[in-house]
Write a protein that binds this ligand. Structure first.
Ligand SMILES: Cc1cc2nc3c(=O)[nH]c(=O)nc-3n(C[C@H](O)[C@H](O)[C@H](O)COP(=O)(O)OP(=O)(O)OC[C@H]3O[C@@H](n4cnc5c(N)ncnc54)[C@H](O)[C@@H]3O)c2cc1C
Length: 199
């Protein structure tokens, strides 16, 4: 059990709700009894490992995001060692706004691949204006690999986490567009570049 705000402020780099709400492009409201309230984009809330854009007195009082429309596609994926009640090795969420066959707006997030719950700004920007095709997904993974920096720990090596995130990214598109994608085609030309980060 836990609360949404507790998950945000706990600041685990793999907090599930945090990753979920990052892809919703959420804003949170911080309230201080003396100083009043201010709004912060959730993707600007994390300054470093367990370091927040928040004073000790401020509490998270609400979270805001744009409600999905008929053109919205959203998906969340998580890999963990146990089926239930387990912190993820890597997790990821995606929100796409579609304009016919083209991605009009994209927000992608990933946990377990950086010191903070990561909003994948470059990957998100890359997807905008692109058609929903195998080539787009593969090219986006190259961008993604350049903006993550997973570390090796008890949940897996750095390279393994890169591989997991690639698989979760495939899973988003397989889940959201089952009529357009097959795993076989997505993995046909592996875009995975293990050399991107050896730390
Ligand atoms: C066995 C176990 C399994 C777990 N598995 C998962 C998992 O699968 N996925 C996952 O995401 N996480 C998992 N976690 C970690 C989990 O993310 C955190 O423990 C939980 O999200 C914290 O939420 P909480 O509501 O209990 O917050 P608390 O532990 O009560 O608070 C966490 C911090 O946030 C502060 N805080 C709480 N609410 C507010 C607020 N409104 N404003 C400002 N500060 C606030 C508290 O003061 C504290 O510093 C697991 C933890 C355990 C122990």
């Amino acid at each position: 059990m836990g609360t949404v705000a507790g998950n945000f402020v706990n600041a685990s780099p793999i907090g599930d709700f945090t990753i979920f709400f990052l892809a919703l492009d959420s804003t949170i409201t911080l309230r201080d009894a003396k100083a009043g309230t201010r709004d912060v984009m959730l993707n600007a809330f994390y300054k470093g490992y367990k370091q927040l854009n928040k004073s000790p007195e401020e509490i998270v009082s609400s979270v805001h995001f744009t409600l999905p429309s008929k053109n919205t596609r959203f998906n969340f994926e998580k890999v963990s060692k146990r089926t239930y009640l387990d912190i993820a090795s890597v997790n990821s969420a995606i929100r796409l706004e579609l304009d016919g066959e083209v991605i009009r707006e994209a927000h992608v997030s990933a946990g377990g691949v950086a010191p903070v719950p990561k909003y994948l700004a470059n990957t998100s920007a890359f997807l905008v204006g692109k058609p929903i095709t195998n080539d787009t997904v593969r090219a986006a993974i190259k961008v993604m690999n350049n903006e993550i920096a997973p570390i090796s720990d008890a949940r897996g090596t750095s390279e393994y986490k890169r591989l997991l995130l690639r698989q979760l990214f495939f899973a988003h598109f397989l889940e959201l567009f089952p009529e357009r994608f097959t795993l076989k085609e997505l993995v046909a030309t592996p875009p995975y570049e293990a050399s991107a980060d050896k730390t």
